[in-house]
Design a protein around this ligand. Structure first.
Ligand code: SF4
Ligand code: SF4
Length: 85
């Protein structure tokens, strides 16, 4: 999974930072074209790729992308998790 942030689309509302369930996002150090600090992934983060940041961003500035082959692995994990319980 990859998180892509289009920095110049961000208006700095910080919704993504405040709502990330794993506190994986922080303000970057550089201003964007709108004069605000867009989010970035913390260097050490526990992002679980829940996609909440992508869904919550009012300006569509964040995209969480799944690489080819990852979906199958994720589904296998879910199935195995179900069996283990
Ligand atoms: S939710 Fe979107 S607009 Fe708001 S800070 Fe995050 S990236 Fe920027
Ligand atoms: S995908 Fe989920 S865990 Fe990862 S940065 Fe976005 S909101 Fe946080």
């Amino acid at each position: 999974m990859t998180i892509t942030i289009i920095e110049d689309w961000c208006k700095g509302c910080e919704l993504c930072i405040n709502r990330c369930p794993t506190s994986s996002l922080e303000k970057s150090k550089d201003l964007n074209k709108k004069g605000v600090y867009p989010p970035r992934l913390k260097e050490e983060n526990e992002c679980n790729f829940c996609r909440l940041c992508e869904l919550i961003c009012p300006d569509f500035a964040i995209t969480v992308t799944q690489e080819a082959g990852e979906e199958r692995v994720q589904k296998q994990k879910l199935i195995l998790g179900g069996v283990a319980r």
